[in-house]
Design a protein around this ligand. Structure first.
Ligand SMILES: [Cu+2]
Length: 117
């Protein structure tokens, strides 16, 4: 993996970990359900982007090298197997602008939270 790509991926994963910590605090604090769900969706989007980055790297490095070495069938078989269990990477791309950190509850969500808890 190229050093710059590795650095970017590690940063993204660290950011997702921080985001998960924030969601844990939201749950512990009794934040309104829908607000928690919104943040979980944002974290998932970030992890999906990380997974796509990993796939792209694999195609550009391992797969390209295997094909050059004439191991096409072997590497394609492996890839087909891997993609089978990774619908996240091969599925539709999410709106990554939805990965913003948790926003404070509005008056409307606060009122709805009252009804919910
Ligand atoms: Cu690889």
């Amino acid at each position: 993996m190229r050093e710059a790509d590795k650095k970017a991926l590690v940063n993204r994963l660290r950011s997702a970990r921080g985001h998960v910590d924030a969601v844990i605090r939201m749950v512990e604090d009794g934040t309104y359900c829908v607000d928690v769900m919104k943040q979980l969706s944002a974290v998932q989007g970030s992890l999906e982007a990380a997974s796509r980055t990993m796939l792209r790297n694999h195609l550009e490095t391992c797969v390209a090298a295997a094909m050059k070495a004439g191991r096409t069938t072997e590497i394609v078989d492996e890839l087909m197997q891997a993609l089978r269990f990774d619908r996240i990477t091969t599925g539709p791309v999410r709106d990554e602008s939805a990965t913003a950190p948790a926003a404070p509850a509005t008056a409307a969500t606060a009122a709805a939270a009252e009804a919910c808890h």
